[in-house]
Design a protein around this ligand. Structure first.
Ligand SMILES: Cc1cc2nc3c(=O)[nH]c(=O)nc-3n(C[C@H](O)[C@H](O)[C@H](O)COP(=O)(O)OP(=O)(O)OC[C@H]3O[C@@H](n4cnc5c(N)ncnc54)[C@H](O)[C@@H]3O)c2cc1C
Length: 400
């Protein structure tokens, strides 16, 4: 078996890269360790409509569970801001179905997908042109390029000599799916506070028909903190009184910067494995997916040209950084400041959101994904700068 490109991992990033490369007529083999694509899932499934459009994706109805118009953000003492513009802003998807649909798209483009196959090693031997991929079923596959979409574990990217996502950028997350919840059916709710979710926030995402995903990420003990929040946080308790938990799932939310280098000879790393995630929310599908599409296109070009190899692969990194780099950096810095605010600071931030110019700017130019642009606009406005300084005195420097 000698495909041009081996893709490790049938998550959104791997599948979008595979589809993009296969479209360009090169041979693509995706290897996925699990038996069923998209399972086990570890996601809230919230995807902006504009972000999906930027990826050229229009998920079918069987994948979409709900549509939401905006978000309500609550401070520790219950101050709140509502961000909505009277139109549907985001879809809530069922991740297993979403991933399966992406797999169909990749196969329609000509990619082959092999499940129950775990990649255990990638090597470049002298004497061969390309990369050897070894699987747990002792298969040895030679390809020109490997695209690594293994998720945040970063085992293979380290083998390829690339930096891994640092542990300090990983927050444990836990999420329940519940029934009979009294939730706003078209509004996502986010709850900040150092007592309930130090370093991040808790969320309620409506799924329609009184069902919801209720989750929390924090510096530690995410499951215990989530259970405590459901019992003791006044608003969460109100929403979830009498609700029935159907299942729980854990995962890792990334809140760091992308890794410093995302290509090596014959090797590209995409998605969570490259840390291409919005640090303010942990959302990785839109930007990680967009970067993965670039990886697929560059890898196909690399296979076809067969010269200037190193330079061709470096185009991947230049292109995704040009498209997403600034937003990712600004979101990272913003998340760091928010995570370092005391509860008084979080209260001040949310209470003064209007004075800060936050609401108007978001309404005018806000984008769920390109939050860096909104933050830049705020920083250029002297009124919001002054209000911002009032909040910044509540930053706990030891958390920066
Ligand atoms: C609780 C939670 C909620 C989230 N909510 C959202 C959200 O609402 N919106 C959003 O955009 N993002 C969200 N995210 C982040 C999102 O889930 C990730 O950014 C996204 O899944 C990354 O996609 P990926 O393809 O890079 O990796 P993954 O989805 O992790 O896929 C990696 C795949 O590689 C396979 N694999 C790994 N190693 C090997 C190997 N050695 N051999 C073969 N196969 C291998 C795995 O089985 C898996 O299928 C959330 C994350 C968490 C934890």
């Amino acid at each position: 078996m000698e495909p041009d490109i081996v893709v490790v991992g049938a998550g959104p990033a791997g599948l979008l890269a595979a589809r993009e490369a296969a479209h360009r007529g090169v041979g693509v083999l995706v290897l996925e360790e699990h038996e069923e694509i998209g399972v086990p899932d570890h996601c809230a499934g919230l995807l902006s409509i504009s972000g999906l459009r930027s990826l050229g994706l229009n998920p079918p109805r069987r994948v979409v569970q709900n549509q939401v118009e905006g978000a309500a953000i609550y401070s520790p003492s219950g101050f709140s801001v509502h961000i909505e513009r009277g139109r549907h802003e985001a879809l809530v998807v069922d991740r297993p179905s979403f991933d399966k649909w992406l797999a169909e798209l990749a196969m329609d483009a000509g990619a082959e997908i092999q499940t129950k196959t775990r990649v255990v090693d990638v090597k470049r031997d002298s004497g061969i042109e390309g990369v050897k991929t070894y699987t747990d079923s002792t298969m040895e596959i030679i390809s020109s390029v490997v695209i690594d979409g293994e998720g945040s574990r970063c085992i293979l990217s380290r083998m390829a000599g690339l930096p891994r996502v640092p542990r300090k950028s990983m927050l444990p997350a836990y999420q329940f799916e519940v029934r009979n919840a009294r939730v706003h059916e078209d509004l996502v709710e986010m709850f900040y506070g150092n007592r309930i979710a130090p370093g991040f926030f808790a969320w309620i995402i409506p799924l329609g028909e009184s069902r919801a995903r209720v989750g929390l990420a924090a510096r530690d003990k995410s499951k215990i903190r989530l259970q405590a929040a459901i019992r003791h946080h006044p608003l969460m308790r109100e929403r979830l009184q009498g609700a029935r938990i159907e299942r729980g799932l854990g995962g890792t939310v990334l809140v760091g910067l992308p890794v410093a280098r995302t290509y090596a000879p014959g090797f590209l790393v995409v998605g969570d494995a490259a840390g291409i995630v919005k640090a303010t929310t942990g959302g990785g599908i839109i930007f990680g997916g967009g970067a993965a599409q670039i990886a697929g296109a560059v890898a196909a070009e690399y296979v076809k040209i067969r010269e200037n190899h190193e330079r061709t692969l470096s185009k991947y990194e230049h292109a995704w950084r040009a498209r997403y780099g600034r937003d990712l950096k600004v979101m990272y810095l913003t998340q760091k400041v928010i995570a370092a605010l005391s509860d008084k600071g979080l209260d001040a931030l949310i209470k003064n959101a209007t004075e800060l110019g936050l609401l108007n700017t978001i309404k005018e130019s806000g984008d769920m994904d390109r939050q860096g642009q909104v933050i830049f606009r705020l920083l250029r406005d002297p009124a919001s700068m002054i209000a911002g300084f009032k909040v910044l005195r509540y930053v706990n420097l030891s958390h920066l």
